[in-house]
Design a protein around this ligand. Structure first.
Ligand SMILES: [Cu+2]
Length: 152
């Protein structure tokens, strides 16, 4: 055991990262959600259509409360897929067309249905980084349906 600890310390000193733990989500996500100032929440609206997101790139500040409204104004169904980003934020909830709420430790992808589907995401960004977001339907990503979600 002692050797293992020494080896671990040696790895840390050398800057070697350990394998990602099984539950690679934020440990204390609820604390981030509880501590955030939801009265000062920032709302960002993303319009989805053929074949892009407007805006494409979004910058978030860690620790702040956000609502991201995904609105599909297009003629086709579209995805908003970003598994890495979705594990880098502390989730409060999602709301579907103002009629249903869902809570979960985290999500991996959202599909917003054509001609007016809307999904509101409530979360607190936690882990700094630049995370790709894209549509996984057919060749939508190749046609330009992708962007970056940046946490600063
Ligand atoms: Cu799409």
């Amino acid at each position: 055991m002692k050797f293992a600890r020494l080896a671990a310390l040696a790895c840390l000193a050398a800057g070697v990262s350990f394998p990602v733990l099984a539950a690679d989500y934020i440990d204390n996500a609820k604390d981030y959600v509880d501590k955030a100032d939801w009265k000062a929440m920032t709302t960002v609206t993303v319009e989805m259509s053929e074949h892009h997101y407007q805006p494409e790139d979004i910058r978030f500040q860690a620790g702040k409360a956000y609502k991201v409204q995904l609105k599909n104004v297009g003629e086709k169904d579209h995805y908003f897929t970003s598994p890495e980003f979705n594990r880098a934020v502390a989730w409060r909830k999602i709301m579907v067309n103002g009629q249903m709420e869902a809570k979960a430790p985290y999500f991996t992808a959202f599909e917003v249905l054509k001609k007016g589907g809307q999904l509101d995401l409530y979360f607190v960004p936690v882990k700094a980084g630049s995370y790709p977001v894209y549509c996984t339907i057919d060749d939508h990503r190749e046609k330009g349906m992708e962007g970056q979600l940046i946490i600063e």
